[in-house]
Write a protein that binds this ligand. Structure first.
Ligand code: ATP
Ligand code: MG
Length: 407
Protein backbone atom coordinates (compact mmCIF):
# COMPACT_ATOMS: atom_id res chain seq x y z
CA UNK A 1 0.00 0.00 0.00
CA UNK A 2 1.24 3.47 -0.90
CA UNK A 3 1.14 5.70 2.16
CA UNK A 4 0.25 8.69 -0.05
CA UNK A 5 -3.10 6.98 -0.68
CA UNK A 6 -3.73 5.77 2.89
CA UNK A 7 -6.90 7.17 4.49
CA UNK A 8 -6.75 9.13 6.71
CA UNK A 9 -3.46 10.95 7.44
CA UNK A 10 -1.84 10.78 10.87
CA UNK A 11 -2.45 13.61 13.33
CA UNK A 12 0.08 15.56 15.41
CA UNK A 13 -2.34 16.26 18.25
CA UNK A 14 -4.53 13.87 20.21
CA UNK A 15 -8.22 14.81 20.61
CA UNK A 16 -8.74 17.20 23.55
CA UNK A 17 -11.07 14.86 25.45
CA UNK A 18 -8.76 11.83 25.10
CA UNK A 19 -7.60 10.52 28.49
CA UNK A 20 -6.33 7.04 27.76
CA UNK A 21 -3.28 6.02 25.80
CA UNK A 22 -5.18 3.81 23.36
CA UNK A 23 -7.57 6.67 22.55
CA UNK A 24 -4.71 9.12 21.90
CA UNK A 25 -2.42 6.85 19.90
CA UNK A 26 -5.06 5.00 17.87
CA UNK A 27 -6.70 8.28 16.82
CA UNK A 28 -3.40 10.00 16.06
CA UNK A 29 -2.17 7.01 14.06
CA UNK A 30 -5.36 6.89 11.98
CA UNK A 31 -6.63 3.54 13.28
CA UNK A 32 -9.97 4.66 14.73
CA UNK A 33 -12.36 7.59 14.65
CA UNK A 34 -14.94 8.50 17.28
CA UNK A 35 -18.48 9.08 16.04
CA UNK A 36 -19.87 9.74 19.53
CA UNK A 37 -19.16 8.49 23.05
CA UNK A 38 -18.54 4.75 22.88
CA UNK A 39 -18.93 4.50 19.11
CA UNK A 40 -15.95 4.06 16.82
CA UNK A 41 -15.15 3.60 13.16
CA UNK A 42 -12.38 1.12 12.53
CA UNK A 43 -10.42 2.96 9.85
CA UNK A 44 -8.39 0.97 7.27
CA UNK A 45 -5.36 0.55 9.60
CA UNK A 46 -7.55 -0.37 12.58
CA UNK A 47 -9.59 -2.80 10.51
CA UNK A 48 -6.37 -4.51 9.41
CA UNK A 49 -5.34 -5.01 13.04
CA UNK A 50 -8.78 -6.26 14.15
CA UNK A 51 -8.95 -8.61 11.14
CA UNK A 52 -5.65 -10.15 12.26
CA UNK A 53 -6.82 -10.46 15.86
CA UNK A 54 -10.01 -12.11 14.58
CA UNK A 55 -8.01 -14.57 12.51
CA UNK A 56 -5.95 -15.64 15.53
CA UNK A 57 -9.19 -16.18 17.46
CA UNK A 58 -10.88 -17.94 14.52
CA UNK A 59 -8.10 -20.49 14.16
CA UNK A 60 -8.33 -21.48 17.82
CA UNK A 61 -12.14 -21.64 17.72
CA UNK A 62 -11.99 -23.92 14.67
CA UNK A 63 -9.35 -26.07 16.38
CA UNK A 64 -11.81 -26.90 19.18
CA UNK A 65 -14.60 -27.73 16.74
CA UNK A 66 -16.27 -24.32 16.52
CA UNK A 67 -18.39 -23.66 13.43
CA UNK A 68 -18.56 -20.03 12.32
CA UNK A 69 -21.88 -18.45 11.40
CA UNK A 70 -23.56 -15.03 11.71
CA UNK A 71 -26.64 -14.14 13.76
CA UNK A 72 -28.90 -11.07 13.56
CA UNK A 73 -28.53 -8.05 15.84
CA UNK A 74 -32.17 -6.97 15.95
CA UNK A 75 -34.07 -9.31 18.29
CA UNK A 76 -37.81 -9.63 19.04
CA UNK A 77 -38.83 -8.79 22.60
CA UNK A 78 -40.73 -12.10 22.98
CA UNK A 79 -37.52 -14.12 22.86
CA UNK A 80 -35.94 -12.07 25.65
CA UNK A 81 -39.10 -12.40 27.75
CA UNK A 82 -38.78 -16.17 27.73
CA UNK A 83 -35.78 -15.97 30.07
CA UNK A 84 -36.89 -12.80 31.81
CA UNK A 85 -33.81 -10.95 30.62
CA UNK A 86 -35.87 -8.28 28.80
CA UNK A 87 -36.40 -6.85 32.30
CA UNK A 88 -33.34 -8.25 34.08
CA UNK A 89 -30.89 -6.73 31.59
CA UNK A 90 -32.86 -3.51 31.23
CA UNK A 91 -29.93 -1.27 32.14
CA UNK A 92 -27.55 -2.62 29.55
CA UNK A 93 -29.95 -3.34 26.69
CA UNK A 94 -30.84 -0.85 23.96
CA UNK A 95 -34.52 -1.24 23.19
CA UNK A 96 -36.55 0.22 20.38
CA UNK A 97 -40.08 0.32 19.06
CA UNK A 98 -40.88 0.38 15.35
CA UNK A 99 -43.64 2.30 13.57
CA UNK A 100 -46.05 -0.64 14.09
CA UNK A 101 -45.36 -0.51 17.85
CA UNK A 102 -43.41 -3.75 17.84
CA UNK A 103 -40.57 -3.87 20.38
CA UNK A 104 -37.03 -5.05 19.72
CA UNK A 105 -33.69 -5.38 21.48
CA UNK A 106 -30.37 -4.52 19.90
CA UNK A 107 -28.16 -7.48 20.70
CA UNK A 108 -25.97 -7.18 23.80
CA UNK A 109 -25.34 -10.96 23.64
CA UNK A 110 -26.86 -13.99 21.86
CA UNK A 111 -27.78 -16.74 24.35
CA UNK A 112 -31.52 -16.49 23.66
CA UNK A 113 -30.96 -16.51 19.90
CA UNK A 114 -28.78 -19.62 20.05
CA UNK A 115 -31.33 -21.34 22.32
CA UNK A 116 -34.04 -20.63 19.76
CA UNK A 117 -31.82 -22.13 17.05
CA UNK A 118 -31.16 -25.22 19.15
CA UNK A 119 -34.78 -25.99 19.98
CA UNK A 120 -35.64 -25.83 16.30
CA UNK A 121 -32.82 -28.18 15.36
CA UNK A 122 -32.12 -30.64 18.19
CA UNK A 123 -34.04 -33.83 18.81
CA UNK A 124 -31.87 -36.45 20.39
CA UNK A 125 -28.57 -36.90 22.20
CA UNK A 126 -27.13 -37.80 18.78
CA UNK A 127 -27.49 -34.15 17.71
CA UNK A 128 -25.19 -32.98 20.52
CA UNK A 129 -22.69 -31.53 21.28
CA UNK A 130 -22.89 -28.35 19.21
CA UNK A 131 -20.27 -25.58 19.05
CA UNK A 132 -21.15 -22.43 17.09
CA UNK A 133 -19.65 -18.96 17.09
CA UNK A 134 -19.73 -15.65 15.32
CA UNK A 135 -17.96 -12.31 15.17
CA UNK A 136 -20.43 -9.47 15.35
CA UNK A 137 -21.38 -6.17 16.84
CA UNK A 138 -22.71 -5.92 20.38
CA UNK A 139 -24.68 -2.96 21.72
CA UNK A 140 -24.48 -2.12 25.41
CA UNK A 141 -25.76 0.95 27.17
CA UNK A 142 -22.52 1.47 29.11
CA UNK A 143 -22.93 4.29 31.64
CA UNK A 144 -19.32 5.44 31.33
CA UNK A 145 -17.99 4.94 27.83
CA UNK A 146 -14.49 6.24 28.56
CA UNK A 147 -11.12 4.52 28.12
CA UNK A 148 -11.07 4.92 24.34
CA UNK A 149 -11.91 1.76 22.48
CA UNK A 150 -11.67 -0.39 25.63
CA UNK A 151 -15.30 0.34 26.44
CA UNK A 152 -17.67 0.92 23.55
CA UNK A 153 -21.44 1.19 23.46
CA UNK A 154 -21.13 -0.60 20.16
CA UNK A 155 -18.19 -2.96 19.84
CA UNK A 156 -17.07 -6.20 18.28
CA UNK A 157 -17.30 -9.54 20.04
CA UNK A 158 -16.48 -13.09 19.16
CA UNK A 159 -19.01 -15.21 20.99
CA UNK A 160 -18.95 -18.99 21.03
CA UNK A 161 -21.85 -21.10 22.35
CA UNK A 162 -21.78 -24.79 23.22
CA UNK A 163 -24.60 -27.25 23.95
CA UNK A 164 -24.15 -30.63 25.65
CA UNK A 165 -25.95 -33.68 26.99
CA UNK A 166 -24.42 -33.47 30.47
CA UNK A 167 -22.63 -31.26 32.94
CA UNK A 168 -19.49 -33.39 32.54
CA UNK A 169 -19.45 -32.87 28.80
CA UNK A 170 -20.02 -29.12 29.23
CA UNK A 171 -17.21 -28.82 31.78
CA UNK A 172 -14.79 -30.83 29.60
CA UNK A 173 -15.44 -28.45 26.75
CA UNK A 174 -15.27 -25.44 29.10
CA UNK A 175 -11.71 -26.47 29.97
CA UNK A 176 -10.90 -26.80 26.25
CA UNK A 177 -12.14 -23.27 25.62
CA UNK A 178 -10.09 -22.05 28.57
CA UNK A 179 -7.03 -23.63 26.91
CA UNK A 180 -7.87 -22.09 23.53
CA UNK A 181 -8.28 -18.64 25.12
CA UNK A 182 -4.95 -19.01 26.90
CA UNK A 183 -3.30 -19.81 23.54
CA UNK A 184 -4.91 -16.77 21.90
CA UNK A 185 -3.86 -14.32 24.62
CA UNK A 186 -0.36 -15.78 24.71
CA UNK A 187 0.01 -15.35 20.97
CA UNK A 188 -1.16 -11.75 21.36
CA UNK A 189 1.70 -11.26 23.82
CA UNK A 190 -0.38 -10.46 26.92
CA UNK A 191 0.63 -10.97 30.53
CA UNK A 192 -2.73 -12.28 31.74
CA UNK A 193 -4.40 -14.28 34.48
CA UNK A 194 -7.49 -16.47 34.50
CA UNK A 195 -9.64 -14.96 37.24
CA UNK A 196 -12.72 -16.45 38.88
CA UNK A 197 -15.66 -14.03 38.82
CA UNK A 198 -19.42 -13.75 39.18
CA UNK A 199 -21.70 -14.14 36.15
CA UNK A 200 -23.55 -10.79 36.10
CA UNK A 201 -26.79 -10.91 34.09
CA UNK A 202 -25.66 -14.20 32.52
CA UNK A 203 -25.59 -16.74 35.35
CA UNK A 204 -25.51 -17.31 39.12
CA UNK A 205 -22.59 -19.69 38.59
CA UNK A 206 -18.95 -18.70 38.81
CA UNK A 207 -17.29 -17.72 35.52
CA UNK A 208 -13.70 -17.12 34.41
CA UNK A 209 -12.33 -13.84 33.16
CA UNK A 210 -9.10 -13.39 31.25
CA UNK A 211 -7.51 -10.30 32.78
CA UNK A 212 -4.51 -8.45 31.34
CA UNK A 213 -2.35 -6.97 34.10
CA UNK A 214 -1.20 -3.34 34.20
CA UNK A 215 -3.19 -2.47 31.10
CA UNK A 216 -4.78 0.85 32.08
CA UNK A 217 -8.15 -0.77 32.76
CA UNK A 218 -10.87 -0.49 35.39
CA UNK A 219 -10.76 -4.01 36.88
CA UNK A 220 -9.23 -5.17 40.14
CA UNK A 221 -8.55 -8.74 41.22
CA UNK A 222 -6.61 -10.63 43.87
CA UNK A 223 -4.19 -13.43 43.09
CA UNK A 224 -1.67 -15.75 44.69
CA UNK A 225 1.99 -15.06 43.99
CA UNK A 226 2.83 -18.75 43.79
CA UNK A 227 -0.14 -20.66 42.32
CA UNK A 228 -2.93 -19.94 39.80
CA UNK A 229 -5.47 -18.80 42.42
CA UNK A 230 -7.12 -15.54 41.27
CA UNK A 231 -10.47 -13.97 42.22
CA UNK A 232 -12.22 -10.83 41.00
CA UNK A 233 -12.64 -8.16 43.71
CA UNK A 234 -16.43 -8.60 43.56
CA UNK A 235 -16.18 -12.09 45.05
CA UNK A 236 -12.86 -12.05 46.94
CA UNK A 237 -13.18 -12.02 50.72
CA UNK A 238 -9.80 -11.35 52.27
CA UNK A 239 -6.94 -8.92 52.03
CA UNK A 240 -3.52 -8.38 50.52
CA UNK A 241 -0.84 -10.39 52.32
CA UNK A 242 -3.19 -13.22 53.38
CA UNK A 243 -1.99 -16.78 52.97
CA UNK A 244 -3.33 -18.32 49.74
CA UNK A 245 -6.41 -20.47 50.55
CA UNK A 246 -5.58 -22.81 47.66
CA UNK A 247 -1.88 -23.70 47.87
CA UNK A 248 -1.35 -22.51 51.49
CA UNK A 249 2.13 -21.35 50.46
CA UNK A 250 1.87 -18.14 48.50
CA UNK A 251 0.70 -14.68 49.56
CA UNK A 252 -2.28 -12.77 48.16
CA UNK A 253 -1.46 -9.80 45.93
CA UNK A 254 -3.66 -7.23 44.24
CA UNK A 255 -3.79 -6.36 40.52
CA UNK A 256 -5.33 -3.00 39.75
CA UNK A 257 -5.86 -1.39 36.35
CA UNK A 258 -6.36 -4.69 34.64
CA UNK A 259 -8.49 -5.21 31.53
CA UNK A 260 -10.91 -8.07 30.99
CA UNK A 261 -10.32 -9.26 27.44
CA UNK A 262 -12.31 -12.49 27.62
CA UNK A 263 -14.95 -14.18 29.77
CA UNK A 264 -16.25 -17.75 29.72
CA UNK A 265 -19.55 -18.84 31.27
CA UNK A 266 -20.66 -22.38 32.24
CA UNK A 267 -24.36 -21.57 32.08
CA UNK A 268 -25.82 -24.98 32.95
CA UNK A 269 -29.48 -25.76 32.18
CA UNK A 270 -30.99 -22.42 33.26
CA UNK A 271 -31.54 -21.23 29.68
CA UNK A 272 -32.78 -24.59 28.37
CA UNK A 273 -35.34 -24.89 31.17
CA UNK A 274 -36.77 -21.45 30.52
CA UNK A 275 -36.74 -21.74 26.74
CA UNK A 276 -37.75 -25.41 26.66
CA UNK A 277 -34.70 -26.72 24.85
CA UNK A 278 -34.77 -30.47 25.43
CA UNK A 279 -33.21 -33.53 23.86
CA UNK A 280 -34.14 -37.18 24.29
CA UNK A 281 -31.44 -39.37 25.82
CA UNK A 282 -30.65 -42.98 24.85
CA UNK A 283 -33.49 -44.21 27.11
CA UNK A 284 -35.98 -41.92 25.40
CA UNK A 285 -36.13 -39.51 28.38
CA UNK A 286 -36.48 -35.75 27.81
CA UNK A 287 -33.66 -33.69 29.32
CA UNK A 288 -32.63 -30.02 29.22
CA UNK A 289 -29.54 -29.10 27.24
CA UNK A 290 -26.38 -28.04 29.11
CA UNK A 291 -25.16 -24.72 27.78
CA UNK A 292 -22.05 -22.53 27.86
CA UNK A 293 -21.03 -19.22 26.30
CA UNK A 294 -17.61 -17.72 25.70
CA UNK A 295 -16.73 -14.14 24.69
CA UNK A 296 -13.71 -12.15 23.52
CA UNK A 297 -13.82 -8.49 22.49
CA UNK A 298 -11.43 -7.99 19.53
CA UNK A 299 -11.81 -4.21 19.53
CA UNK A 300 -11.04 -4.11 23.27
CA UNK A 301 -8.08 -6.42 22.55
CA UNK A 302 -6.71 -3.90 20.03
CA UNK A 303 -6.98 -1.09 22.60
CA UNK A 304 -5.40 -3.24 25.29
CA UNK A 305 -2.45 -4.07 23.03
CA UNK A 306 -1.82 -0.34 22.62
CA UNK A 307 -2.11 0.26 26.39
CA UNK A 308 0.54 -2.40 27.00
CA UNK A 309 2.81 -2.03 23.97
CA UNK A 310 3.76 1.57 23.28
CA UNK A 311 6.45 4.13 24.07
CA UNK A 312 6.53 7.94 24.04
CA UNK A 313 6.75 7.93 20.23
CA UNK A 314 3.82 5.67 19.47
CA UNK A 315 2.44 2.17 19.17
CA UNK A 316 4.53 -1.01 19.04
CA UNK A 317 2.57 -3.79 17.31
CA UNK A 318 3.72 -7.34 17.54
CA UNK A 319 4.23 -9.19 14.28
CA UNK A 320 1.06 -11.28 14.63
CA UNK A 321 -1.31 -8.30 14.53
CA UNK A 322 0.67 -5.49 12.87
CA UNK A 323 -1.32 -3.77 10.10
CA UNK A 324 1.62 -4.38 7.73
CA UNK A 325 4.72 -6.61 7.87
CA UNK A 326 7.08 -3.81 6.91
CA UNK A 327 7.16 -0.02 6.79
CA UNK A 328 9.26 0.96 3.79
CA UNK A 329 10.49 4.54 3.99
CA UNK A 330 11.68 6.12 0.78
CA UNK A 331 14.02 9.09 1.15
CA UNK A 332 15.38 11.18 -1.75
CA UNK A 333 17.63 9.15 -4.07
CA UNK A 334 16.25 5.78 -2.97
CA UNK A 335 14.39 3.47 -5.35
CA UNK A 336 11.32 2.79 -3.21
CA UNK A 337 9.18 1.57 -6.07
CA UNK A 338 11.56 -1.26 -6.99
CA UNK A 339 12.01 -2.45 -3.40
CA UNK A 340 8.23 -2.19 -2.83
CA UNK A 341 7.52 -4.35 -5.86
CA UNK A 342 10.24 -6.87 -5.04
CA UNK A 343 8.92 -7.22 -1.49
CA UNK A 344 5.36 -7.66 -2.75
CA UNK A 345 6.59 -10.43 -5.07
CA UNK A 346 7.99 -12.18 -2.00
CA UNK A 347 4.54 -12.03 -0.40
CA UNK A 348 5.46 -9.30 2.09
CA UNK A 349 2.69 -6.89 3.09
CA UNK A 350 4.30 -3.43 2.81
CA UNK A 351 3.30 0.10 3.71
CA UNK A 352 5.47 2.22 1.38
CA UNK A 353 5.97 5.81 2.45
CA UNK A 354 6.13 7.36 -1.02
CA UNK A 355 5.13 10.84 0.17
CA UNK A 356 7.11 13.98 -0.50
CA UNK A 357 7.55 15.06 3.10
CA UNK A 358 10.69 15.61 5.23
CA UNK A 359 12.51 12.53 6.53
CA UNK A 360 11.81 13.53 10.13
CA UNK A 361 8.09 13.48 9.50
CA UNK A 362 8.31 10.05 7.90
CA UNK A 363 10.22 8.59 10.83
CA UNK A 364 7.86 10.15 13.36
CA UNK A 365 4.83 8.71 11.56
CA UNK A 366 6.53 5.34 11.31
CA UNK A 367 7.12 5.27 15.07
CA UNK A 368 3.54 6.40 15.71
CA UNK A 369 1.95 3.74 13.46
CA UNK A 370 4.19 1.11 15.04
CA UNK A 371 4.90 -1.50 12.34
CA UNK A 372 7.61 -3.73 13.89
CA UNK A 373 10.11 -3.54 10.98
CA UNK A 374 11.26 -0.36 9.22
CA UNK A 375 13.23 -0.45 5.98
CA UNK A 376 14.80 2.72 4.57
CA UNK A 377 16.07 3.35 1.06
CA UNK A 378 17.89 6.56 0.24
CA UNK A 379 20.74 7.93 -1.84
CA UNK A 380 23.06 6.78 0.95
CA UNK A 381 21.92 3.14 1.00
CA UNK A 382 22.63 2.61 -2.76
CA UNK A 383 21.55 -0.94 -3.69
CA UNK A 384 21.21 -1.91 -0.02
CA UNK A 385 18.47 -1.33 2.53
CA UNK A 386 18.64 -0.01 6.07
CA UNK A 387 16.68 -2.17 8.50
CA UNK A 388 15.59 -1.12 11.99
CA UNK A 389 13.18 -2.71 14.39
CA UNK A 390 10.58 -0.55 16.13
CA UNK A 391 11.86 -1.67 19.54
CA UNK A 392 15.58 -1.16 18.88
CA UNK A 393 17.88 1.63 17.81
CA UNK A 394 20.27 -0.68 15.96
CA UNK A 395 20.43 -0.15 12.20
CA UNK A 396 21.66 -2.84 9.80
CA UNK A 397 22.59 -2.40 6.15
CA UNK A 398 21.29 -5.40 4.20
CA UNK A 399 20.62 -6.69 0.71
CA UNK A 400 16.97 -7.15 -0.24
CA UNK A 401 17.41 -10.92 0.02
CA UNK A 402 18.80 -10.64 3.55
CA UNK A 403 16.00 -8.26 4.55
CA UNK A 404 13.33 -10.68 3.30
CA UNK A 405 14.98 -13.61 5.07
CA UNK A 406 14.83 -11.73 8.38
CA UNK A 407 11.05 -11.26 8.13
P1 ATP B 1 -16.93 -5.31 31.57
O1 ATP B 1 -16.99 -5.95 32.92
O2 ATP B 1 -15.58 -4.82 31.22
O3 ATP B 1 -18.02 -4.31 31.36
P2 ATP B 1 -18.40 -7.54 30.71
O4 ATP B 1 -17.98 -8.48 31.77
O5 ATP B 1 -19.69 -6.88 30.82
O6 ATP B 1 -17.26 -6.46 30.52
P3 ATP B 1 -18.77 -9.74 28.88
O7 ATP B 1 -20.24 -9.77 28.81
O8 ATP B 1 -18.07 -10.71 29.72
O9 ATP B 1 -18.30 -8.26 29.29
O10 ATP B 1 -18.24 -9.72 27.37
C1 ATP B 1 -17.25 -10.57 26.83
C2 ATP B 1 -16.08 -9.77 26.31
O11 ATP B 1 -16.51 -8.72 25.43
C3 ATP B 1 -15.31 -9.05 27.38
O12 ATP B 1 -14.40 -9.92 28.00
C4 ATP B 1 -14.63 -7.94 26.59
O13 ATP B 1 -13.49 -8.43 25.91
C5 ATP B 1 -15.67 -7.59 25.56
N1 ATP B 1 -16.47 -6.41 26.00
C6 ATP B 1 -17.45 -6.37 26.91
N2 ATP B 1 -17.96 -5.14 27.04
C7 ATP B 1 -17.29 -4.37 26.16
C8 ATP B 1 -17.37 -2.99 25.80
N3 ATP B 1 -18.27 -2.18 26.37
N4 ATP B 1 -16.53 -2.52 24.85
C9 ATP B 1 -15.64 -3.34 24.24
N5 ATP B 1 -15.51 -4.65 24.54
C10 ATP B 1 -16.32 -5.17 25.48
MG1 MG C 1 -17.25 -10.25 31.59
Amino acid sequence: MRQSKLFPKTRKEAPKDAESINHKLLVRGGFIDQLMAGSWTLLPLGWRVVTKINQIIREEMNAIGGQEMLMPLLHPKELWNETGRWDKANEIMYKLTDSRKKEYALSFTHEEIVMDLLRKNIKSYQDLPIYVYHFSTKFRNEPRARSGILRGREFMMKDLYSAHVSEDDLMDYYEKVKGAYAKIFKELGFNFKVVEASGGVFTDRRTHEFQVLDAGGEDTFYFCDSCDYALNKEIFEGKVGDKCPKCKKGKIKIAENSVEVGNIFPLGTWYAERMRVYYTDSQGKKKPVWFGSYGIGPTRVMGTLVEVFHDDKGIIWNKAVSPFDVHLIELPGGNGKKVYEDLKKEGVDVLWDDREVPAGEKFADSDLIGIPVRLVVSEKTKDKIERKERTSSKIKLLSLKEAVELL
